[in-house]
Design a binder for this molecule. Structure first.
Ligand SMILES: [Zn+2]
Ligand SMILES: [Zn+2]
Length: 365
């Protein structure tokens, strides 16, 4: 066969340089008819205030305390934190004798603290429905928390090393409370996903004397086929190696290690990108689009390689595949072999790019 390789039809594997892993792409399968169920999503009218919600202003929380009557973004310590400050420290144990236990059973204690961030006092206001100036406040709150925890680690020796800020949106992602909120978990260790990225950044820098994401931004700005949105400070792209059908990244165009280094202009630009991207997401299947999203950045009080290699970016991992109710599952070959997708990253970017920037989905308003 002397046919040319067709990336919109022939199966191929794409390399993810951040995680050092491969993704199987089967673009010919995007053409097959959908035989599964196509339900109409249940329309719900979410009220602006819900007396049963643990997160609404003035309401009682599970543990008995009450929220203040907050009027803007509000942060509090998670009542059911995954990590706690007050427990004994436990370092990785190693007898130095290369025992089976040394080889195979590794454990370390981990301390930290967890926070909940209510984006707005309104129970029904999701990120795409918020004003850019209010998203600016959310970003300032993240920045304040990052700086405050870094200071506590420096001045009070608190076990805080990495702050993972994220949002889990929608029941499809297992989110248990509809009130739009994010979380921030601060651990004394760098979690695996982030630590793998730092290894990749380091390896790339040694091999090419350049920043992995800096180079990737250059490449995407020349190619343009995977760019969904762009402003002065950020690119929104469907990464070449995306796993989820409409996965995106918001990447800083210039080297910015963390949110602590943001100028007001960058905060405005990030607020604008978050708004525009999530509006497109809602418009895609005319539903309040579920996702897990989060910030990747420098560890708290980073110095040396950690500071030099860090490059601020956000990942959005949405599960929906072809409608408000048909989602992608990572099962079968994907659990046992490697992740697989049908739609190419370029096709997904094209669909997102063409979507309107005006919010059409209004069932929540
Ligand atoms: Zn609420
Ligand atoms: Zn990342």
């Amino acid at each position: 066969m002397s046919q040319e390789f067709d990336f919109t039809d022939n199966s191929h594997r794409r390399y993810n340089p951040l995680t050092d892993s491969w993704i199987l792409v089967s673009p010919h399968r995007a053409k097959r008819p959908w035989l599964g169920q196509q339900e109409t999503p249940a329309k719900s009218t979410v009220p602006e205030y819900d007396e049963k919600c643990f997160l609404c202003p003035g309401n009682k929380r599970v543990t008995g305390g009450a929220n203040p009557k907050y009027e803007s973004t509000y942060v509090f310590q998670n009542d059911f934190a995954a990590v706690k400050i007050d427990q004994p420290a436990l370092a990785v144990q190693d007898s130095g004798k290369d025992t089976l236990k040394d080889r195979l059973i590794k454990v370390q204690g981990v301390r930290g603290n967890c926070f909940v961030i209510c984006f707005s006092p309104k129970h029904n206001l999701t990120i795409p429905q918020m004003a850019v100036k209010d998203l600016f406040t959310v970003i300032s709150t993240w920045q304040g928390l990052y700086n405050d925890l870094a200071k506590q680690a420096r001045d009070d020796n608190k076990p805080f090393k990495y702050l993972q800020i994220f949002e889990n949106k929608g029941t499809a992602m297992g989110c248990s409370n509809l009130h739009p909120h994010g979380q921030a978990w601060c651990l004394e260790e760098i979690p695996s996903e982030v630590s793998q990225e730092f290894k990749s950044f380091d390896k790339y820098k040694h091999a090419h004397n350049a920043d992995l994401l800096g180079d990737y931004v250059k490449l995407e700005m020349e190619d343009r086929s995977r760019i969904v949105l762009e402003n002065d400070s950020f690119l929104v792209i469907v990464p070449y190696w995306a796993v989820w059908p409409f996965e995106t990244m918001i990447v800083a165009k210039t080297k910015t290690p963390s949110i602590a280094h943001f100028t007001d202009k960058q905060k405005e630009d990030l607020a604008s990108m978050m708004k525009q991207l999530t509006v497109k997401y809602d418009n895609l299947f005319e539903t309040s689009f579920p996702y897990s999203m989060g910030l990747h950045q420098a560890p708290l009080n980073a110095t040396g390689d950690e500071l030099n290699n860090a490059w601020f970016h956000m990942h959005f991992y949405p599960p929906l595949l072809r409608s408000a109710t048909v989602r992608k599952f990572l099962v079968g070959f994907e659990m046992l072999g490697e992740p697989q997708r049908d739609l190419t990253a370029e096709q997904a970017a094209d669909r997102l790019r063409k979507l309107d920037g005006v919010h059409h989905y209004t069932e929540n308003l």
